[in-house]
Write a protein that binds this ligand. Structure first.
Ligand SMILES: NC(=O)c1ccc[n+]([C@@H]2O[C@H](COP(=O)([O-])OP(=O)(O)OC[C@H]3O[C@@H](n4cnc5c(N)ncnc54)[C@H](O)[C@@H]3O)[C@@H](O)[C@H]2O)c1
Length: 281
């Protein structure tokens, strides 16, 4: 993990919730927000992982709090916001990062004809309903200060058809509507909302769990030399969390190394040109 972030203080005094922050991108977002001075609430269904990440933020000299929450549960989310309000008195940033992505879920969330409906329902419940619930309870606290930034983690799979992960893709597509709704409904009261459409940016320990051949196919479809890193995504989240993006709302910011911006034939064409000896195309 890259630890080279510079403290700009651009989030000093802010209180940020990051859901699903016990691992992966969420953990890195929590770290980068803390580096910029935010007090971070580390929320995860894995309470032990949340505590580990929260404790690691102490080196940045900011307050932090770990909460074990299943974001698909309205009772738990409501209680989460009560606890945060009691401890910090305010909420400035909500990053809806949590998603159910474990191996078992991925194996059951397949193409439509072979879809395990329990896996589909869980994807919708966690990825979509969870983000709606966290917004529903956090925004009223933001409104007390007439200021807040709500962020959603989405994916190219919410934009483009693929062979599997039907529930995941459907949930991510719906997440792109939420920033527009929140911006329209609460923008005049100081609330901004945006999504980040993320390309493949695996945590370092996630590389090993993905077949090399698969990684290569996906890398070929990014227009950057390499796949993304959690730090690159966390930097975008920190931008959306801060006043640097004060005129950005109701939109989806694409941070995907060009994955979604090229012609479907590009990779095959590049290979053809290389075969024909026209390297460098
Ligand atoms: N890593 C990538 O390359 C990539 C690409 C596109 C989009 N994304 C999105 O970024 C986000 C983070 O992805 P990641 O790769 O770090 O995933 P991850 O699986 O490493 O982390 C997800 C976290 O969410 C937590 N979680 C799962 N269910 C929960 C629930 N019900 N309540 C609270 N927490 C719960 C998990 O315990 C885990 O800590 C996701 O929304 C994902 O869709 C990631």
């Amino acid at each position: 993990m890259n630890t080279g972030s510079t403290n700009t203080g651009k989030l000093a005094g802010r209180v940020a919730i990051v859901t699903g922050a016990g691992n992966g991108l969420g953990a890195e977002c929590a770290r980068v927000l803390a580096v910029h001075g935010a007090q971070v609430v580390v929320v995860d269904i894995d309470g032990a992982a949340a505590i580990t990440v929260s404790e690691s933020l102490a080196v940045h000299g900011v307050g932090s709090m770990a909460l074990r929450v299943d974001v698909s549960s309205e009772e738990e989310v409501e209680d989460m916001v009560i606890q945060i309000k009691r401890r910090f008195g305010r909420i400035d940033v909500l990053h809806n990062n949590a998603a159910v992505l474990n191996v078992e879920q991925r194996q059951r969330d397949r193409d439509i004809c072979n879809l395990d409906m329990a896996a589909f329902d869980r994807a919708i419940a966690v990825n979509l309903r969870g983000a709606v619930l966290c917004s529903k309870y956090a925004i009223p606290v933001m409104l007390e200060n007439k200021s807040g930034s709500v962020i959603f983690a989405t994916s190219g799979l919410g934009m483009q058809g693929d062979l599997s992960l039907s529930g995941y893709a459907t949930s991510k597509a719906a997440l792109m509507m939420l920033p527009k709704l929140i911006a329209a409904q609460y923008g005049k009261q100081g609330i901004r909302a945006n999504a980040v459409q993320i390309g493949l940016a695996p945590a370092e320990n996630a590389h090993a769990s993905m077949p090399a051949e698969l990684l290569e196919i996906i890398r070929d479809n990014h227009l950057t030399p390499e796949l993304g890193t959690p730090r690159q995504i966390a930097d975008v989240v920190a931008f959306l969390a801060s006043d640097e993006s004060s005129f950005v709302t109701g939109t989806t910011l694409v941070a995907d190394g060009g994955f979604s911006s090229h012609t479907p034939s590009l990779v095959a064409m590049r290979a053809l040109f290389e075969k024909l000896g026209r390297a460098g195309m």
